[in-house]
Design a protein around this ligand. Structure first.
Ligand code: HEC
Length: 76
């Protein structure tokens, strides 16, 4: 499944911030609520490994907005 809106700022930010340790996951993989939990969890990892500064509030909103817009309705 191709990634939605590959030209958007949100997608680019998502790729930039979230492909440091693994490939980026498709937003359809998880639901809205789970994405919230995952982003928090990933932020803790970033802080622990100190490879990069944590996301700003605004960056987090953009990334979560993107993931949630294309997330799945049901299931995890
Ligand atoms: C500091 C390295 C690092 C960064 C940066 C990072 N991740 Fe991860 N991510 C991991 C590791 C390691 C795992 C493997 C599972 C684990 O250890 O919990 C993982 C697993 C995942 C998974 C699979 C589900 C799971 O819990 O195993 C998703 C989805 C995910 N990451 C999303 C993201 C998103 C979204 C971002 C950006 C906000 C992000 N990751 C940034 C290290 C990172």
């Amino acid at each position: 499944m191709p990634m939605p809106e590959p030209e958007s700022y949100a997608f680019k930010l998502y790729t930039q911030k979230c492909s440091l340790c693994h490939r980026v996951y498709h937003p359809r993989m998880l639901n809205k609520r789970t994405w919230g939990i995952i982003v928090e969890k990933m932020e803790k990892k970033v802080q622990k490994t100190e490879r990069r500064a944590p996301l700003t509030k605004q960056e987090k909103e953009v990334i979560l907005g993107y993931l949630r817009k294309y997330s799945r309705e049901r299931g995890l």
